[in-house]
Ligand binder design. Structure first.
Ligand SMILES: *Cc1c(COP(=O)(O)O)cnc(C)c1O
Length: 739
């Protein structure tokens, strides 16, 4: 193709000799999508672009993986049930520094990169912060050139799409794969057998050693799909491997012999349900057998894959822990601990002590929450049925742990049963967090306050038994996606002042302190904010038909709906503002647009009622002529990573108002602060550390401290007392106005 040639499509006189982006685009459009300029849809444009970008990554991707193998480097594996990635195209372009190049090429055909980017479906394989953290870590680890691999599940349906009907949340399936995923590559040769059910048999060898076999299992196949993870400004391209369930080719002989061919095939297809859908609960453990199947499914496949890779360079398991770090994102993958023990004992024939040493030196566990309903406990009955060998191993781990506890810690039966991995009772349960603590070399909380709560409250005995095991690793976010890509104008303004190093080294933003009195700089900043607000205003108008005042304060609370996150408190404040406006119509009032967004778990009725309340309050306020454009309430449907990227750069005020002691870290809080919004919040999670960095005087902090919350609860908290003592609160709660 001649230099400066002007089309994305091949013309007869061109050849595809030089592999420029535009050539690849044209090839994809014609040969892979079988489209030309007359038939291409906006989605085709996106798809052809994405494939061209991915093709450009392949060589670096292969080279990175080869280098890891050749150097036999220690690898880190991040095991997570969730990766809340969002869209990939813009992020890939940012990291490859292709954005301007591609925009130029597209423009020659009258196409806008902005529009093409919008055609991509969000990859919503997560619920909220936990899944988004996993996605941010992938970006950061690739940027830091760490030999890191993500492992998860290729859910066919991601987090549900949220519609609002008459103010109520309505869930719709998110069939994001229906239109294909240009980023993934099926690795036909990477597939593993995952066993379920069956029974454990034992036999003695000649030397009198006892061996265990797990037999008569019902098996499913895990197939690996790979997605490239390029670092920013580096040639390093890491890998995210997601597992999809496929049935084995074996038929149920019983059904088959009965001549029931169709029934036998039908039963096969239910195996594939394992990777069908993401459980839509945030901070809530659902004790369903399918969920446990999912957990074991991706853990077993990942461990088989990790061990296969290790064995390329090693003939024994002796150095496994030196070469392998496995990070468990919450307790969801904790069945990996007994699974590695099972492999080392039953397949590698190591003795218990060797196997346990390798296992504990391999795993580390991240705790994400202290709310009791989120702490996983698996019924012993379910485990016995589905994973009988693992249950045996868990019992043995517990036996040895409690023996140690009694010898070195306490003989107090009450404490021993309190910290046992097994919760006794009519039905017995395995406490997965305790298993994780005992089976890992480190346990981390996700913010300083949260880690202290782990050490001093919920895991206090474990902290005393294993001094030094608990460490803090405060959550973070990638500044590439959350500033450079989401807010390109602000990113450019900052880069023009202090250079671009902040994108890799965020503390360099401190250099901006030299410009706090630079009027031009501040004005430019304000102009960019206003431009971002205008973009959001247009979206609100077109999607929700609400007119908002861009000179009002954009006051935003976006996150999963949860009682502890207190969206209810926020809407009560909104009602109070409304009463003030009605009572003093002539009083000066700083106009405000209060924006909510977030999904409630489909079975979480209390949270769903708060969504309904917000929508009803919005109906009243937005249609009251006495209010005008002083106050508007917007509930944005279907909060997602892509919506966050639109909202956060437009925020003036960030609402981080959880009850202190409940939000482990929060990461939304950081995204807002990075984009120059002010924060109103409680001393909870990472807000505490943000206050230290920003200076308390630059944050609106209110409410009880986490210790005060505990004390108040212990002394008998009665919300009615507050209601009875506070007339303003009474009016807010009892106000009756119809639309
Ligand atoms: C960052 C993020 C979250 C986490 O937000 P919190 O305010 O920390 O709960 C949840 N969902 C999406 C889509 C996000 O981008």
């Amino acid at each position: 193709m001649k230099k400066g040639n002007s089309s994305l499509f091949f013309t007869d006189s061109e050849s595809a000799e030089s592999y420029s982006l535009s050539n690849q685009f044209a090839e994809n459009m014609e040969f892979r999508l079988v489209k030309d300029r007359n038939t291409a849809t906006p989605y085709d444009f996106y798809y052809a672009t994405a494939m061209a970008v991915k093709d450009n990554l392949v060589r670096k991707w292969l080279r990175t993986q080869n280098t890891y193998n050749e150097n036999d480097t220690k690898r880190v594996y991040y095991l997570s049930m969730e990766f809340l990635i969002g869209r990939l195209l813009k992020n890939m372009l940012t990291n490859l520094s292709y954005d301007e190049k591609l925009a130029e090429i597209l423009e020659r055909d009258g196409l806008k990169l902005e529009d093409i980017v919008e055609a991509e479906e969000d990859m919503g394989l997560g619920n909220g912060g936990l899944g988004r953290l996993a996605a941010c870590f992938l970006d950061s680890m690739a940027t830091l050139k760490l030999p890191a691999f993500g492992y998860g599940i290729r859910y066919e349906y991601g987090i549900f799409k949220q519609l609002i009907d008459n103010g109520y949340q309505v869930e719709q399936p998110d069939h994001w794969l229906a239109t294909g995923n240009p980023w993934e590559t099926l690795r036909r040769e990477i597939n593993y057998r995952i066993k379920y059910f069956g029974k454990v048999i034992s036999h003695k060898d000649d030397k009198g050693n006892l061996w265990f076999d797990w037999v008569d299992t019902e098996d499913v196949i895990a197939m690996g799909y790979d997605i490239p993870v390029p670092g920013y400004n580096t040639d390093n391209v890491n890998n995210l491997r997601l597992w999809a369930a496929r049935s084995t080719d074996e038929f149920s002989f019983q059904e088959f012999n009965r001549g029931n061919y169709l029934q036998a095939v039908e039963n096969k297809s239910t195996d594939e349900n394992i990777s069908k859908v993401l459980y839509p609960n945030d901070s809530y453990a659902q004790g369903k057998i399918l969920r446990l199947k999912q957990e074991y499914f991706f853990v077993s496949a990942s461990l088989q894959d990790i061990i296969r890779k290790y064995k390329i360079n090693h003939s024994s398991m002796a150095d496994f822990a030196e070469k392998t770090a496995i990070q468990l994102n919450d307790t969801h993958p904790v069945i990996a601990i007994p699974e590695l023990m099972r492999i080392l004992l039953d397949e590698e024939k190591l003795d218990w002590d060797e196997a346990w040493k390798i296992t504990t030196e391999t795993f580390a566990y991240t705790n994400h929450t202290v709310v009791p309903e989120a702490l996983e406990e698996w019924s012993v009955n379910i485990l016995e049925l589905l994973l009988p060998r693992h249950l045996d191993i868990i019992y043995e781990i517990n036996h040895r742990f409690l023996k140690y506890v009694k010898q070195y810690y306490t003989a107090d039966d009450e404490i021993v049963s309190e910290i046992s991995l097994i919760k006794e009772g009519k039905e017995k349960f395995v406490r997965m967090a305790y298993l994780a603590i005992v089976g890992s070399h480190h346990v981390n909380g996700v913010a300083a306050l949260h880690t202290e709560i782990l050490k001093n409250r919920i895991f206090k005995h474990f902290h005393k038994i294993f001094p030094g095991k608990f460490v803090n690793v405060t959550n973070g976010i990638t500044p590439r996606r959350w500033l450079r890509t989401a807010n390109p104008k602000l990113a450019e303004l900052i880069t023009n002042k202090i250079g671009s190093s902040w994108a890799k080294n965020l503390s360099d933003l401190r250099k901006l302190e030299d410009f706090t009195n630079d009027k031009k700089f501040l004005k430019d900043w304000q102009d960019i904010k206003l431009e971002n607000k205008k973009k959001l205003k247009d979206y609100i108008e077109s999607e929700h038909n609400i007119k908002v005042n861009i000179n009002s304060i954009f006051d935003i609370q976006i996150k999963r709906f949860h009682e502890y996150k207190r969206q209810l408190l926020n809407v009560l404040h909104v009602i109070d503002l409304y009463i003030q406006i009605r009572e003093n119509p002539d009083k000066e009032f700083t106009p405000r647009t209060v924006i909510f967004g977030g999904k409630a778990a489909p079975a979480y009725l209390q949270a769903k009622m708060v969504i309904k309340l917000i929508n009803n309050v919005a109906d009243v306020i937005n249609n009251d002529p006495q209010v005008g454009d002083k106050l508007k309430i917007v509930f944005l449907k279907n909060y997602s990573v892509s919506l966050a990227e639109l909202l956060i750069p437009a925020a003036d005020l960030s609402e981080q108002i959880s009850t202190a002691g409940f939000e482990a870290s929060g990461t939304g809080n950081m995204k807002f602060a990075l984009n120059g919004a002010l924060t109103i919040g409680t001393m909870d999670g990472a807000n505490v550390e943000m206050a230290e960095e920003i200076g308390e005087e630059n944050m609106f902090i209110f409410g009880l401290l986490s210790d005060e919350v505990v004390k108040l609860k212990e002394s008998g908290y009665d919300p009615k007392e507050y209601y009875d003592a506070n007339p303003r609160l009474q009016r807010v709660v009892s106000i009756k106005i119809s639309v």
